[in-house]
Design a protein around this ligand. Structure first.
Ligand code: PMP
Length: 443
């Protein structure tokens, strides 16, 4: 408090200034400011300064990582193996252009107006129909359209978790969810996963001793590990949720990006009692820029969450919803998915092969049956942070394993996305990381 007061006093006297993301700096003199050659630089008022310190604490030190990963996409010179986003060539620009050209003029009101907070009727119906095909018996009233599944994690978290409440997550798990739960003041408890998914013996021990309010899981092509939860565990997880009366938030952005056999069924398909809140998104299937995702859940919950959602954005972008709805109605999604699945599989194989070819022995890497990521353990005692620094000099980016762990683990792990770059870039990116690895090993 003393330090904060001192900072506030210096700020109010105009001697220092805080910059979001850059820290606090001694201000230039008044004389220099008169000659200011950066007229758009804003000075930070002291009330904002003290708020931002609290906010920083609430968000945690990994808060900036997500925006840094996504910003990489804009840097042409860097080969990004970081973001979980479709490569430019796999974004459905042609489909969208066709739809806009054919129908935007006649569909102005649905595409460019406000719409019901729950989402466009046509889209909710289309989503429900698709979910029924995957074995989940829902209708449109069980669907809430969301501005990204990020919004869904936030809404469910806000609704179910009060500060101090506990939420169970897998270790490792999607770092965006960890951040959201922590920002809501929840205590995040970890359950390790193995090659069959969440360790349910450990989950049961937690459920028996404590009272978490939510279990967050990624049963299909888990982010970051690519693991798929076995059928036996899925059934047992549902039984545990029922016995201890804890809802499950199933986050499933990658279920439809599978490379072998039939589409894996969601956990929700086995849920006969409404314990599973199912979240998915068009960010990976079509384009993250559409910002269209959805939650499938019991109707009373959809009604309640709609009220929360309305406070934040009135409705998800109608334009994005209309475009997705048209894609579904025109039966364009399945052919698109067939094409991108094949391409992702090729990219996965190119990445896997290149790792065998260019990386030193001792690296362990998964070969996932779907999703966007390879999960790698670095050889020997090599640290992921050291490698990230070296790889940056080679102009390649990937994601550290550490922020996916709530327990400080994962220091020797990295996540590589094979979705975001093309085959040539992937090979070159892996080759350059190999160079960086050998440089570290030779020191
Ligand atoms: N959940 C998981 C597991 C993800 O991997 C992502 C995107 N990386 C999201 C949620 C967020 O996706 P969006 O908000 O674009 O729907």
């Amino acid at each position: 408090t003393t330090v904060m007061n001192a900072y506030n006093e210096l700020a109010s006297e105009g001697l220092i200034e805080g910059h979001v993301g850059r820290g606090t700096l001694v201000k230039r003199t008044y004389l220099a400011r008169e000659l200011d050659d950066e007229p758009f630089e804003q000075h930070m008022p002291s009330w904002l300064f003290s708020l931002s310190a609290e906010e920083e604490l609430a968000l945690g030190h990994d808060a900036r990582l997500m925006s840094e990963i996504t910003a990489l996409g804009d840097q042409q010179e860097v080969i990004s193996l970081a973001a979980a986003t479709p490569a430019a060539g796999l974004l459905p620009a042609e489909l969208l252009r066709e739809i806009v050209q054919d129908d935007l003029l006649t569909a102005r009101q649905s595409a460019l107006g406000y719409c019901p907070v729950e989402g466009l009727q046509s889209l909710r119906r289309g989503i429900a129909e698709r979910m029924r095909k995957h074995g989940v018996p829902v209708d449109f009233q069980h669907i809430l359209v969301l501005s990204g599944s990020t919004q869904g994690i936030g809404l469910v978290g806000r609704f179910l978790l009060h500060p101090g409440d506990e939420v169970v997550v897998e270790v490792p798990t999607y770092l965006g969810a960890i951040q959201t739960f922590r920002a809501l003041g929840a205590r995040v408890i970890g359950v390790p996963i193995d090659n069959e998914g969440m360790r349910l013996d450990l989950l049961e021990a937690i459920l028996a001793r404590r009272s978490p309010r939510l279990i967050y899981t990624l049963p299909t092509f888990q982010n970051p590990t690519g693991v798929i939860m076995s059928p036996a565990r899925r059934r047992r997880l549902l039984a545990l949720a029922r016995r201890y009366q804890v809802p499950i938030l199933e986050d499933d952005p990658y279920g439809e990006i599978y490379f072998e056999g039939e589409a894996p069924q969601p956990l929700k398909a086995l849920d006969t009692r409404g314990d599973v809140l199912y979240l998915s998104t068009y960010s990976k299937l079509l384009a993250p820029g559409l910002r269209v995702a959805w939650l499938a859940a019991p109707e009373p919950l959809i009604e309640r969450l709609s009220l929360h959602k309305q406070i934040f954005d009135l409705n998800t972008t109608a334009l994005g919803q209309w475009l997705v709805s048209e894609i579904l109605q025109r039966q364009m999604l399945d052919p698109h998915l067939a094409r991108v699945r094949q391409q992702y599989q090729r990219q996965r194989d190119v990445m896997f092969q290149a790792i065998q070819e260019y990386w030193p022995a001792g690296t362990r890497v998964t070969l996932p049956r779907g999703g966007f990521h390879l999960w790698c353990r670095l050889p020997g005692d090599m640290r992921a942070r050291t490698l990230l620094r070296e790889a940056a000099q080679e102009g390649v980016a990937f994601v550290l394993g550490e922020p996916f762990h709530i327990d400080g683990g994962g220091r020797q792990y990295i996540r590589l996305s094979y979705a975001v770059s093309d085959e040539v870039q992937i090979r070159e990116g892996i080759r350059r990381i190999g160079l960086a690895m050998r440089r570290i090993q030779s020191r």
